[in-house]
Design a protein around this ligand. Sequence first.
Ligand SMILES: Cc1cc2nc3c(=O)[nH]c(=O)nc-3n(C[C@H](O)[C@H](O)[C@H](O)COP(=O)(O)OP(=O)(O)OC[C@H]3O[C@@H](n4cnc5c(N)ncnc54)[C@H](O)[C@@H]3O)c2cc1C
Length: 393
Amino acid sequence: MNLSLSEKDIAFREEVRAFLRDKLSPELVAAGRKATSVFVEPEYTLAWQKKLHARGWAAPHWPEAYGGPGWSEMQRYIFASECAIAGAPPLAPMGLNMVGPCIIGYGTPEQKAFYLPRILAGEDYWCQGYSEPQSGSDLASLSLKADRDGDDYILNGSKIWTTHAHHANRMFCLVRTRFDGKPQEGITFLLLEMNTPGIQVDPIITLAGEHELNQVFFDNVRVPISNRLGEENDGWTVAKYLLEFERSGGSSAGLEAALKRLRTLIMDSGNEDAGLRARLEAASILLEAISTTEQRIVASLSAGRPPGPAASMLKVQRTEMMQRIDELAVEASGQFANVYEPATWYPESNASPVGPEALTVATAKYLNNRAGSIYGGSNEVQRNIMAKAVLGL
Ligand SMILES: Cc1cc2nc3c(=O)[nH]c(=O)nc-3n(C[C@H](O)[C@H](O)[C@H](O)COP(=O)(O)OP(=O)(O)OC[C@H]3O[C@@H](n4cnc5c(N)ncnc54)[C@H](O)[C@@H]3O)c2cc1C
C-alpha cells in the first residue's frame, strides 16, 4: 500500500530534503553509519540536534507551545523517513522523546521553564534510571529507596543497564517511596543531577567490547523534593506515559536503507548463494509490510484514532527486522571477506579497504543489536500486551 501524499506533503518533503542536503555533513552521516548500536555517541548526535534546533525541528512530537514545529502526523513520518534515508544520526531519545514529553505532561511551570529549553537545545544529556538488578520486565518491583529528610529525598540502591549514564549530566529515575500496598502505588519519579555527591557510575562492557551501558550506585544521594515530577507515590502514572513514547513514533526507513546497502553489496559481489539471496528477498518483503503498517498507523492517527497496541507491534517487528539484517550482514561478510571493502559500506569514511575492519563492524552491530528485543520492554512482554489487547487472551 502506498499512501498518496498531498501536494502540501510533497512540498514539505522537498523542504526536508533541501535542509538535509544543506545541513547534514558527511561526517555526521559517517558517524551514524559506523555506530555499532542504535545509540550514536553524543558528540555527533548533539551536533546534529543543534542544527535541527536552529531550524525549530529538534522535537517533532512536542506541542508548538513548547517548541515543537506543529507538524501533522504525516509530516512527522515524512521527516523521520527522510532523515533515516539521508543517513542522519538518530538523536538520543532520553531527553527529547522520553523525559521531555513527561515534563510537558506532568511538570510544574518552573520545571517546564527550566528543563524544556535545555532539552531542546541539547544543553543537557539525560539517562534513564528505571531498571534495577532485580527489576526489569517487572519494573514495578523496583526497590531503590528514597527517604524524606527535610526538603530532600535521600536515595540508596542501584540502577542498571543505564545507557550513556557516563555521558549524561542528568537522570530521570523511578524510586521507591512506600513499601506497603500495591508495588505500583509506592513509586515516585525524580529528576536528578549526575554530579550529586554519592552517585557512582560503573561501566558494563557489551559483548562487542564497547562501553554504552552502566550500573549506577546511589549512596545517600540527596535530591530536592522540588525535583519530583508528579505526585509522591504516583510515579508509575508518569512512567507509563513515558513508555508509550519510548515504543512509538519513528520510521523503518533506516532499516530499508541498510537493507538496500546490503543488497547492493551482495549483488555487486556476484554472490550466487541462492539461500542468502532468498533470505534477502524475504526480509525485503517483510520490511515492506512493516512500512505499510507504519503508514496505516500514521493515517489512523491523522484521523484522530489512537494506535492501540500498534506501538508494541512495531517495536517487535522493527527490532526483529534489525536483527535479521544484522544476521544477513554477518553472513555476507563471512562469505565475501576476500572481496569485502569497508568503503563499499561507508564511502564517506577513510577506513582502509581491508576485510577485518568491516567484519568487526558487522559483528559488533550483530552483537549489540541483540539487545533490541530486550530494551524498551522485551519482545516477549510486548507479545503479552498484544495477546491481551488484540486477541483478548
Ligand atoms: C542495551 C540495553 C540498554 C538498556 N538501556 C536501559 C536504560 O537506559 N535504562 C533502563 O532503565 N533500562 C535499560 N535497559 C534495561 C531493559 O529495559 C531491561 O533489560 C528489560 O526491561 C528486561 O529486563 P531484564 O533485563 O531484567 O530481564 P528480565 O525481566 O529478567 O527478563 C528475562 C527474560 O524473561 C522474559 N520475561 C520476563 N517477564 C516475562 C513475562 N511476563 N512473560 C514472558 N516473558 C517474560 C523476558 O522477555 C526476557 O527474555 C537496557 C537494556 C539493554 C539490553
